[in-house]
Ligand binder design. Sequence first.
Ligand SMILES: *[C@@H]1O[C@H](CO)[C@@H](O)[C@H](O)[C@H]1NC(C)=O
Ligand SMILES: *[C@@H]1O[C@H](CO)[C@@H](O)[C@H](O)[C@H]1NC(C)=O
Ligand SMILES: *[C@@H]1O[C@H](CO)[C@@H](O)[C@H](O)[C@H]1NC(C)=O
Ligand SMILES: *[C@@H]1O[C@H](CO)[C@@H](O)[C@H](O)[C@H]1NC(C)=O
Length: 201
Amino acid sequence: MRQCFFLSSSSLLLFFFLILQQNPSLINAVEPNLVDKTCKKCINSTVSYNFCLTSLQAVPISNYSNLPGLALIAMELGIKNCTTTISTIKKLIGSKYFDRQSLEDCLELYSDASVVLGDSIRAFLSGLYESVIRWLSGTMVAATACEDQFLVAGNPSPLTKENYSLIQLTDIAICITKLISQGLVSKPVTTLSDGRQVREI
Ligand SMILES: *[C@@H]1O[C@H](CO)[C@@H](O)[C@H](O)[C@H]1NC(C)=O
Ligand SMILES: *[C@@H]1O[C@H](CO)[C@@H](O)[C@H](O)[C@H]1NC(C)=O
Ligand SMILES: *[C@@H]1O[C@H](CO)[C@@H](O)[C@H](O)[C@H]1NC(C)=O
Ligand SMILES: *[C@@H]1O[C@H](CO)[C@@H](O)[C@H](O)[C@H]1NC(C)=O
């Protein structure tokens, strides 16, 4: 089984600090109430405003982040969710109340989802927004597939809340990534002296 990409909250902060140092553009032009505004834009029948606001605001740096920073926070929270879920599943595997095969499948699914979230962060930092959206949609499929295992086994799922959290976090990250890539489309393209074209961020 693949090892989960784990970050504790202190290493999460360090991680952002490093990202912010390397990408000063991430902290330029911080809008007031950006978390609130972003959550309002990302609500739909899956994502609740309260979940979005409380999840993002629990990370202190969110108040000083711009849109890319918030997308990264949502993905990091998704990884943390997978890590917690994986340890929950490992404990449940020892109990006789839940279908063992379903739990083993879910362990695999959440481990893979965690790896995909790590890959999505790297793709995001390289500006590969279409890949990010495609891969994050895959992690949603993983959480749903886990629930389906229990449904097929005719066993109640002990992971319903976990499914709900992970799907909301990845939907928030997808929504923000879409906002960023739509925003980029409207930014002017500059042609450099060597002929390369770059879009202003
Ligand atoms: C972030 O801002 C919100 C709204 O202004 C505030 O309620 C919250 O306490 C702030 N969080 C931190 C960690 O400063
Ligand atoms: C998942 O993340 C959300 C938001 O950070 C949190 O409220 C929830 O408790 C987490 N669930 C697990 C299983 O880690
Ligand atoms: C998993 O969460 C998603 C998103 O909230 C929800 O639409 C779906 O019904 C949930 N699946 C189960 C089996 O609870
Ligand atoms: C909610 O928004 C996210 C992000 O744009 C999207 O991936 C998801 O499909 C939407 N869910 C529903 C039920 O419309």
